[in-house]
Design a binder for this molecule. Sequence first.
Ligand SMILES: Cc1cc2nc3c(=O)[nH]c(=O)nc-3n(C[C@H](O)[C@H](O)[C@H](O)COP(=O)(O)OP(=O)(O)OC[C@H]3O[C@@H](n4cnc5c(N)ncnc54)[C@H](O)[C@@H]3O)c2cc1C
Ligand code: SF4
Ligand code: SF4
Ligand code: SF4
Length: 1014
Amino acid sequence: MSDLMQPLSFGHLMSWALEELRRDGSIFGVKESQFWHPEPGRLITDSFGDRLASPVGPAAGPQTQLANNILVAYLAGARFMELKTVQKIDGEELRKAVAKPCIQAEDEGYNCEWSTELTVSEAYDEYLKAYFAIAVLGKELGLGTVDEVGFNISVGYDLEGLKGDKVNSFIDSMIDASGTPIFLECREWVEDHLGDLSHFTREDLDTLSPQVSRSVTLSTMHGCPADEIERIAMYLLTEKHLRTFVKCNPTMLGYQFARDCLDRLGYDYLSFDDHHFTEDLQYADAIEMFRRLTAEAEKRGLSFGVKLTNTFPVEVSRGELPSGEMYMSGRPLLALALSLALKLSQAFDGGLPISFSGGVDALNVQEILSTGIQPVTVATTILKPGGATRLRQLSSLAAEVMTDYHGIDVDRLAALVDDVLCDERYHKRYREKVHSRKTDSPLPLTDCYKAPCQDGGCPIHQRIPEYLKLTAGGELKEAFDAIAFDNTAPTILGVLCSEPCRDHCTRLDYDQAIDMRGVKLAAADGAQDAFIEAIKPPALLTDARVGIIGAGPAGIAAAIFLRRNGMDVEVFEKLEGPYGIVRYIIPSFRITPEQIERDYQLAVHLGVRFHFSCDPDYSVEELKKTFAHVIIATGSWGRCPSPVIEGHDNSLDAIEFLWQANNEAGASVGRRVAVIGAGDVAMDCVRTAQRSEGVEEAVLVYRRTEPYMPATQHEVNLVRSEGLTMHDLLAPVSYDGTTLVCEEMRLGEEDAGGRRAVVGLGTYVDLLFDTVIGATGATVETGPYARNGLAQNARGLAEVDTSFQSSVANVYVIGDGRLGPSTIVRAIADAKTAVRVILNNEHLSVDYDSRPAKVERDRHEVHGRRGLLIATVNGKAEGDRCLTCDVICEVCTEVCPNRANVAITVPGFADPAQIVHIDGLCNECGNCGTFCPHAGLPYKDKITIFWTREGFEDSTNIGFLPLTDGAYLTRMPDRSVREHLSGQGDLPAGMSQVLAAIEKDYSFMFAAPVGAQS
Ligand SMILES: Cc1cc2nc3c(=O)[nH]c(=O)nc-3n(C[C@H](O)[C@H](O)[C@H](O)COP(=O)(O)OP(=O)(O)OC[C@H]3O[C@@H](n4cnc5c(N)ncnc54)[C@H](O)[C@@H]3O)c2cc1C
Ligand code: SF4
Ligand code: SF4
Ligand code: SF4
């Protein structure tokens, strides 16, 4: 495959759009229900002077490169199109300079591309095709007329290039397209098809203005001299009579301001020096220049303004993209762009028009427009799941507040800047430390939809979308049934789960991951008591019995799964009650005894027999006389490694401290307490210490900084919300019972995992504490393993196989006792694995592996939710935010700016649609690979339709190249290539079904067959 895009002819574009609309009720994947219908006649005059039905649209970028991209943006709600920049370097010359993949938009966006990859004349044709397609389809579909849409050209990067034939004739032909070959071609096609159209008339065609653009945004390279920028802008005003806006770089704010602002928002890992700041246009020069240009524009009855802002250049430091420098956009750019807007607005008393782009999304668009800033354009938000359909919500919200341009409200803008700098949503930590949402599974050729929360996130594969829907619909009993199927501690996990599912939730790329834990607790609160009352101990199906040592989450989970499936189980626990760490160590301000008891009753009612206060010196040999299988689930309670180099004995261990605080009269720790560590246990310790009698101040001491803390963001946020101090970049050295000596540190280079090393500065601070608590990770007490003859690894942990069976036959080790300190949900997952093998050995079925039918979900309803940002809500209704990814994924179709991934209906599969990749539309930007929940890359791994032999030969993708006379050249899954006739070729079932469906219903996805091309 190659990154060369092959634009659709206007005829092909229109027949694709109309045929897909007729067949599937969508155009390039945008469903009819997702089309944006403006209020008829409600128009504003924007700061450029265009009459618009919405001041929102795609920024000059990947979404305005091809005609189909621009059409899709229009259908979804865009009415201001900032067309991708053209310059003298174009086509192949430019493509060679752009490394691929060129987009990385996991959280904040990065790209290493700049102007159009097409030739300037191809780009021109695309813009004209888009103009005609919008004119015709807008009218046909009742979405408005094309004169309610702004087509803003974007040109760069120097005057000489602009005056050259290529760019000069581009500009002239955008101002007046009449007579250009593409104008005539589009016109002719429409004329020929007037008979097929219902609302677009001959009169519409005859009155269609050839004046496509009246405005221009000037883009200049970093380092472009001030006088060159002024010369170009003056040329565009005086020679081309265009309303002209100059795109400014955020570097105008100065290095220190940008660094401080980004650090404050948690983007301290972004790497950049001051060279762009000193080489780019300087603020003072800009002010003078903008005054002169404003005066010139006024003289000519034109408008002059600024576009804020360009992307922000940073170094590639973590292998984000295959280039040296990359350009940042999205969330962190908002604060910079608004700060520059404020600075300029103050200098011009609100009189300098601002076209805006940089971190705009549905949750801030109204505030931004209300300052008078307009139009607003977006790129990063529509590169994320939902894609262009996010424009629908943006334009609907914009329409509520939009007004004619009347200057900038400086006070309002100042207040907005203050808000943004303090708003959690713009802080890096808002994304909860998640880098990639992808999971480990290979991407299947067909039937690829999956809910990544459930398959890849949740270690016990809970039916998350199912219980979310049931809970939101008020069906708490059914929801709880679905939860309890896989989860033996629904209430405890409803309160305490570390939620690895959230790290993979598609909603994370919209607004915030679903609060699965809260929903689970709502279901348990509503239905668990009745569920317990209804439990009847199942019949015993075998004489073989299982003995379990340890009644923590792992031991109880194993007991429940075994008993539920017909085995007799006894649990031996050395403490007086159940649930191990959860009951005896985790502070009661996090989980109440009643909540723990509720889960314990699930096991009791099933008929699990518990023995408490047992002799801890268990003997496997003895147990095996009674039990066919033994499970050791004794947890990880050993003292943590020394938190200081000297003075270990002077520190208190976290588990010891929490045991005293929870189970004894309370820990006596003095007035000032330090907790060393940054995991969840450290967070519990510092919060418990602060609540302990006599304590005046409890603090955390950590050698890195907050973003690198291993604790979940939720737990860190709780510590912060309680006002507790976190001393970062301090490495404890010694503690003598009074003075904690720490070396001051700085962050060093990043390792491959993105974690920055710490480097000692050689300077030391003395801090006075009455108690220092070490919370650097408990250890497993391995003596019992040795005593019972279990083989051990170098760390002393029991050697186990994939079913967690130890070296002693039929003896299993699970939970923290196998893993070291981990989480409750992983302990339950361990139990599932070991129990599966035991049940198999006893020839019993495993109920949690036989999944009941999924609840019905309406595809239209799911599509209706796509693209909508919705703030998180507490409790049951939270489930309504779920995007039901197992029923419809289609993320790759949404995030592709070029619409090169297509969902088609193919009978005979589990998923309602299959994904087909169109080679000719893909420029290998890589964006679909970022967001596909599998490990694979849709643009490389899905069945591909090729349009040319070169495309086929340059590629290793599995797929079809149509030849003449119904023949195909096909690359098979084993990468062999064969030529065959339609319906023949001995294709694997999935491929032949997909090809048959394309031939029957989606032939518009083919280009002309290769032999038939001229
Ligand atoms: C302070 C703290 C906070 C935590 N917070 C969370 C959280 O918010 N969310 C989360 O998911 N996880 C959390 N964890 C981790 C979680 O509690 C553990 O991963 C989980 O409890 C492990 O379950 P387990 O059954 O393997 O071990 P344990 O809970 O340790 O249970 C082991 C049981 O075996 C018993 N036992 C040990 N030796 C013997 C013996 N010789 N004979 C008989 N019985 C024996 C113990 O008394 C205990 O009851 C936290 C851990 C700590 C320390
Ligand atoms: S949106 Fe719903 S189905 Fe999709 S990952 Fe999140 S919780 Fe799971
Ligand atoms: S298919 Fe994927 S790689 Fe290709 S253009 Fe679309 S998003 Fe980019
Ligand atoms: S992103 Fe596309 S290829 Fe990946 S699972 Fe979803 S539909 Fe399939």
